[in-house]
Design a protein. Structure first.
Length: 145
């Protein structure tokens, strides 16, 4: 049997405040727009910056936690999976790809400190059904960058 993997990890900044809402079913959902940037020198030796925007979807407790502690400009590390959807608009089929988050690390000192004091953690993580928050502590020294 062939194996496959659908996993993505990004580190970036929120481009706007979280878009949080409760569905009629009582399920919490939070959508984030996260920018990642790459700096490089072009052929003329000039520095250029290339920014990519990512749509991130968080569910349940993870959504509520992100909504409580994040704001426009917040720096985050997100781990999740890619999910492509399609819809029709003006007779044209359009496709969108979102990151469905499994875990999020708040990288801003102020947010992670607030979160740590309330929940003894800097790291919010959900299990497969996005219902739990992992309370293990992730120190900045543990990060590989």
């Amino acid at each position: 049997m062939a194996r496959s993997m659908n996993k993505v990890i990004i580190i970036g900044n929120l481009g706007q405040d979280p878009d949080f809402r409760m569905l009629d079913s009582g399920l919490a959902i939070c959508k984030l727009n996260v920018a990642t940037s790459e700096r490089y020198k072009d052929d003329q030796g000039e520095w250029k910056e290339d920014t990519e925007w990512h749509r991130v979807v968080l569910w349940r407790n993870l959504a509520e936690t992100a909504n409580k502690f994040l704001k426009k400009g917040s720096k985050v590390a997100i781990e999740g999976r890619l999910k492509t959807s399609s819809y029709e608009k003006d007779g044209i089929t359009r496709y969108t790809t979102d990151i469905i988050a499994n875990s999020i690390v708040f990288l801003d000192k102020s947010e992670s400190t607030d979160y740590q004091s309330e929940n003894s953690s800097k790291f919010a993580k959900s299990n497969g059904d996005n219902t739990d928050i992992d309370t293990s502590v992730a120190d900045d020294d543990d990060l590989p960058f």
